[in-house]
Ligand binder design. Structure first.
Ligand code: ARG
Length: 266
């Protein structure tokens, strides 16, 4: 099943503030390298037959390349993002406008939430992260608007500040995750829901290996996450390793650059 993704070219990408432990403004980032790596991700999607739409980047919003944070789109409904840090504040309305202009029903969020960074949609439930960015009340707001059961998970390691830095969906039914990112209770929930999950190592997590995108057959994953790739292959997945090292300097990987647009029948 081809997917539809929204991406934002990193034309204004820099690391000029620090809102997560990966970001070191004193080291900066190379925009041309970031653009090339981002193009690699975009072409990988297109070669797999997925559709990629683009939103225009806005000058002065260096993190706007991380489209995953722009909204949560489920069943054709768009639940807007409300960012935790003022530096990214204007991104929420910009993404919501993109959808509204294209006729999607949209809802402006009352509560702080960073879109698909913290809301990961599986076939039957939405897994929702909290602890660093998205507020717990936003989980309820999302459930009410999207009409899917939302399961709250608490993140405890600041390096894994969004749920999508610690967990990804393999096929809508099963997931891969890094246990060290979760509170004890959330870990119990994950073990109960996904007894057959792929458990990633600390080394995989530390290169943002969990910030991967799977279409159920192919998994696009940071190249440095070697143990994770082996395990995915062992389970029969086609692994597509990517170099997004420049974007990692802002704390992002393949999934962060990708907002999935789930249509009415999804
Ligand atoms: N610098 C961005 C931030 O800290 C990175 C966002 C990464 N996005 C994600 N979906 N994890 O907000």
């Amino acid at each position: 099943m081809p997917k539809h993704f929204l991406m934002c070219p990193p034309e204004y990408f820099t690391v000029e503030y620090a809102i997560n432990p990966w970001m070191r403004p004193e080291d900066g980032a190379d925009r041309d390298v970031a653009l090339r790596q981002w193009e690699g991700l975009k072409s990988a999607y297109e070669e797999l037959g997925h559709e990629v739409s683009l939103i225009d980047p806005i000058e002065g919003l260096p993190d706007m390349v991380f489209a995953a944070n722009g909204a949560t789109v489920v069943g054709g409904r768009v639940y807007g993002a409300r960012f935790a840090f003022p530096q990214r504040g204007p991104e929420g309305p910009a993404y919501l406008r993109w959808f509204a202009e294209r006729g999607y029903p949209t809802k402006e969020a009352e509560h702080v939430n960073e879109g698909e960074g913290d809301f990961l949609t599986l076939d039957d439930v939405i897994l929702a992260g909290t602890g660093f960015r998205t507020h717990l009340v936003a989980h309820q707001e999302a459930q009410e608007y999207l009409g899917r059961p939302v399961i709250s998970l608490t993140l405890v390691d600041p390096r894994f500040y969004h749920l999508d830095t610690a967990l990804f969906s393999l096929d809508g039914k099963n997931v891969a995750y890094y246990p060290g990112a979760f509170s004890a209770g959330s870990l119990e929930v994950l073990r109960r829901l996904f007894p057959d999950a792929v458990l990633a190592t600390a080394e995989d997590a530390e290169v943002l290996g969990l910030n991967a995108v799977s279409d159920g057959t192919n998994v696009l994953v940071n190249a440095e996450a070697t143990a994770l790739q082996l395990e995915l292959k062992r389970r029969g997945y086609e692994v597509i390793p990517l170099d997004l090292s420049e974007l990692r300097k802002a704390g992002g990987g393949p999934k962060c650059c990708t907002l999935e647009i789930r249509g009415e029948n999804s």
